[in-house]
Design a protein around this ligand. Structure first.
Ligand code: SF4
Ligand code: SF4
Length: 70
């Protein structure tokens, strides 16, 4: 399975990754706050991730790492 790792405390909750994801599996966790006081991005269903890394490319704070299954 592809793997998306989000550095929760680096995230500033801007939501850009959520708009970039073609399968819409990234959301802002409205029930969580990170160390900066933002709602961090999280993956809802990793099984649907295509490993395209659009989210990682979009993130202005380089908070997302994508490892594509080979
Ligand atoms: S790698 Fe692609 S499919 Fe997976 S979470 Fe990021 S944008 Fe979505
Ligand atoms: S684009 Fe980066 S900083 Fe913005 S919500 Fe997504 S992970 Fe957080």
């Amino acid at each position: 399975m592809n793997k998306v790792t989000i550095s929760v405390d680096v995230c500033k909750g801007c939501g850009l990754c959520t708009t970039a994801c073609p399968t819409k599996i990234l959301v802002l966790a409205t029930d969580k706050l990170n160390a900066k006081g933002y709602h961090p991005a999280e993956v809802t269903d990793m099984a649907k991730c295509r490993g395209c890394a659009l989210c990682a490319m979009m993130c202005p704070d380089v908070a997302i790492k994508v490892e594509k299954e080979v």
